[in-house]
Design a protein around this ligand. Structure first.
Ligand code: C5P
Length: 229
């Protein structure tokens, strides 16, 4: 689909580090606005899982880009969650594993992989409008978006939230391991050469370390309203 400037008036980008709560907030905002949702991290996770399943060398940029280019994926949006199918197999849970997140961060450092996923991400934009969740939504993929948010939180708070999330699923997490993984992924995402994790120059940065979700949602809704969306 060709992206017209009219469509671009209805794009909200939310970038930030892993565990900042972007996913939850994006879903709330998308439901509220009646917009579509793009979880761009899922595309990198699916590329990583597919490459892992096919025993592709994670140092082989060309091979990884080919995987990204030919991904056979289907997303089925639900109210609470989105189901992801990879070559017809439900991988919704598998792509959420931390080891897949770490592999996703590796493949995401390659320019050819990012290029291969660019058109796929932009195709999520329809006349309904779009909330785009990721690392480079405001800096690369939707540079003309009228509302850009950079949502961040301290690594300690993000690790605590992850522990609580695991506890709700009756899983005992190891705090030090979780914190180490979060910091390692931050480091990889922030310091890569291509599309590093940085706020767009015109983004509103929100540090939600000590905010409730409802307050974050309200702060973003205020920004959206001021922008006239
Ligand atoms: O957001 P999520 O944790 O699912 O993303 C997994 C990984 O995919 C990130 O750590 C990051 O390296 C990569 N990613 C990216 N650009 C995006 C979305 C995700 O590089 N727009």
């Amino acid at each position: 689909m060709v992206i017209s400037s009219t469509h671009l008036n209805k794009v909200i980008t939310l970038d930030g580090p892993s565990g900042s709560g972007k996913g939850t907030i994006c879903r709330l905002i998308a439901n509220d606005m009646g917009y579509e949702l793009l979880d761009s991290g899922a595309l990198y996770r699916l590329t990583a899982l597919s490459a892992h399943n096919q025993n592709v060398d994670f140092a082989n940029e060309q091979a990884l880009a080919a995987i990204a280019h030919h991904l056979d994926i289907v997303f089925m949006a639900g109210e609470q969650a989105t189901t992801a199918l990879l070559s017809g197999v439900d991988v919704t849970k598998a792509i959420r594993e931390e080891k897949v997140g770490m592999l996703a961060s590796k493949v995401a450092a390659f320019g050819l992989v990012r290029e291969a996923l660019l058109a796929r991400q932009r195709a999520f934009l329809t006349p309904k409008g779009l909330v785009a969740d990721g690392r480079d939504m405001g800096t690369v993929v939707f540079t003309d978006a009228p509302v850009k948010i950079f949502l961040t939180a301290s690594s300690d708070v993000r690790a605590q939230r992850r522990m609580a999330q695991l506890a709700r699923a009756n899983i005992t997490g190891d705090y030090d391991t979780i914190l180490r993984d979060i910091r390692q992924r931050d480091d990889q995402d922030r310091n890569r050469k291509v599309a590093p994790l940085i706020p767009a120059h015109d983004a509103h940065t929100i540090d939600c370390s000590y905010m409730e979700i409802i307050d974050v949602q309200q702060a973003i809704t205020d920004i959206i309203q001021k922008a006239g969306l």
